[in-house]
Write a protein that binds this ligand. Sequence first.
Ligand SMILES: Cc1cc2nc3c(=O)[nH]c(=O)nc-3n(C[C@H](O)[C@H](O)[C@H](O)COP(=O)(O)OP(=O)(O)OC[C@H]3O[C@@H](n4cnc5c(N)ncnc54)[C@H](O)[C@@H]3O)c2cc1C
Ligand SMILES: *[C@@H]1O[C@H](CO)[C@@H](O)[C@H](O)[C@H]1NC(C)=O
Ligand SMILES: *[C@@H]1O[C@H](CO)[C@@H](O)[C@H](O)[C@H]1NC(C)=O
Ligand SMILES: *[C@@H]1O[C@H](CO)[C@@H](O)[C@H](O)[C@H]1NC(C)=O
Ligand SMILES: *[C@@H]1O[C@H](CO)[C@@H](O)[C@H](O)[C@H]1NC(C)=O
Ligand SMILES: *[C@@H]1O[C@H](CO)[C@@H](O)[C@H](O)[C@H]1NC(C)=O
Length: 528
Amino acid sequence: MRNRTICILAIVILWFSWVAFPRPPRVIKPVNPNDPTNLPDQVTKNVLVIGGGLAGLSAALELSERGFNVSIKEADTVVGGRLHTKDVKLLNQTWPIETGFHAWFNNYFQSHDILERLGVKSNFRRWEAVDYIFRDYEPESIYSKGPYPLNLFGLIHRSPNMKLTDALHSVKSLVDLAYFQYDTIFEKYANTTLEEWARDKDVPQSFYDILMKPILSVTLNRRDIFSAAEMLTYNQIYFLSDSSADHRIITTKNFQDAVIGPWTQLLLSYGVRIQLNTKVEQLVMNNDGSKFISTSSTPNEQFDHVIMAASLDSIQNILKSTEKQYHDNEQIRNKINCLLRKVGKLPMSPPYKVMRVWFDKQLQNKPEILETPHHHPINLIVQYNLLEETYAEWANRTGGSVLEFHLYTWSYGDVSDDRVWDLIRPTAEEIYPDIKDFKILAYHVHSANDFPSFEINTHQFRPTVTYPKECELPNLSFAGDWLYTDFPSALMERAVTTGRQAANHVLLSEGVRQSNIVSINLDGPGIV
Ligand SMILES: Cc1cc2nc3c(=O)[nH]c(=O)nc-3n(C[C@H](O)[C@H](O)[C@H](O)COP(=O)(O)OP(=O)(O)OC[C@H]3O[C@@H](n4cnc5c(N)ncnc54)[C@H](O)[C@@H]3O)c2cc1C
Ligand SMILES: *[C@@H]1O[C@H](CO)[C@@H](O)[C@H](O)[C@H]1NC(C)=O
Ligand SMILES: *[C@@H]1O[C@H](CO)[C@@H](O)[C@H](O)[C@H]1NC(C)=O
Ligand SMILES: *[C@@H]1O[C@H](CO)[C@@H](O)[C@H](O)[C@H]1NC(C)=O
Ligand SMILES: *[C@@H]1O[C@H](CO)[C@@H](O)[C@H](O)[C@H]1NC(C)=O
Ligand SMILES: *[C@@H]1O[C@H](CO)[C@@H](O)[C@H](O)[C@H]1NC(C)=O
């Protein structure tokens, strides 16, 4: 009874505090607001962007729009990186196959800004509630409604598994969640695993399993060593910062048609050169390392600035082979070694697979998207025939279905694609017993290990976009989802935002006004 009174009182206070002090997002303004918005017509500045993922495309957009001569070198046959789409022929038909299903969240400020500029918002729709199943709990349909913290209480109230009174036992965790401070979070918890944190703060097991473990699994990282500092930051971005933080949108078309194609077209219209199938092996510099003469793949090119936006492991390889190349040039070698002292120490996450399977039958009354965080090796199942037109049309015509299975932290080693289904089949049938009667008509497997790891003991090595400046390489910068930003960001949004930061670094050095960067607040919502 007493607990309930405290609870109601807390809710009322919290609600008023929210209404009285709504917190707009934080805007980081250009440091050079009086500089011109564009490069003067008579000036040519050549910029090389290594890697055409979201980070590289974002940097290229900001720079080309302002008159820079931008070249993107992309190793793959298409741009998009971990958001690419490739055409694959199966069952006498060409299918646009993405790396895997993605969701865009409300606090993805830079990403939303770009979607607006591309005019592609109509290719998206809301994804209202996330459906979860667990091994030891009732299924949940998780969504947030109303202002913080009512949204949180509402969610717990609707939950068949979590109890409000349990939440009150974990007052210690409330401090780190409601009074979160980005500026100190890494000092406090960079080397603490989320599990250790949860134990130390008496987080009820159900809360840990239902609210934290699932977010953890979508990082594609190993759960047991994931840093609590990183995760507490994610909690702000995806849930606590404001009442609509967990609102998300998904595409109604494949990623190429919905986003990457229009983005590429805009870049081409600004004169960006996009070279596909062009893997950069190393950087080539003049004798003191002050100018980038070329990359190993294309001699005779000169770049004023280079933005390394490849995945972390690729950047490590490029730097290592550059270091080898300049072994006898102490000046350059020292600069590259300085970069490697941080970048070279960062580990990658385990490999993952995404498998799309064409079946002869359809699931009945099952969620479009189901998260299965307790059913390793399967983390997520998406009914593509309910999401995208090409798939819906085929399913309507044939009565079949196309399911996508996300298989993070793949632990069965290096197996050929034709063995993957056998390995995941028992778990798939446990989740959806109907599948036992389905016949497989075709399948496609995407395998990769391009995810950075955010495990404990790595924060001290995580550089910022402009770290190369500290190594006396002021015209080199990094972009990608593996970097540290001094405001909360994650995943796709971190890729897009660091791309913009890298562009801002170039803009400042060339006397052109920077772009705004928007983030959630550095501090948690508080309680009163
Ligand atoms: C299955 C899956 C689901 C995901 N779901 C979500 C989600 O729901 N929400 C979310 O926010 N994020 C999600 N992500 C994460 C998101 O895709 C990434 O954070 C983001 O796309 C990373 O972008 P990036 O530009 O930093 O790196 P990348 O996309 O990896 O881009 C790097 C690019 O560099 C190229 N390259 C590599 N080496 C070289 C070289 N030597 N020379 C030239 N080019 C090179 C690569 O081919 C690639 O195109 C998901 C990822 C996956 C795989
Ligand atoms: C733009 O950059 C490309 C690649 O470096 C180069 O070939 C081209 O000459 C540059 N354009 C101008 C106008 O300098
Ligand atoms: C593909 O087309 C060929 C020739 O038209 C046909 O014989 C075959 O049955 C088709 N296969 C499928 C899976 O539709
Ligand atoms: C984390 O551990 C590393 C050594 O592994 C240390 O250098 C670093 O200072 C530690 N960070 C914090 C915040 O304790
Ligand atoms: C970096 O670029 C600036 C602006 O183009 C140029 O003036 C400077 O010489 C370059 N510095 C080095 C060390 O390459
Ligand atoms: C498939 O069938 C459903 C239900 O009949 C319908 O709503 C949808 O428009 C159809 N989609 C396509 C692409 O044919």
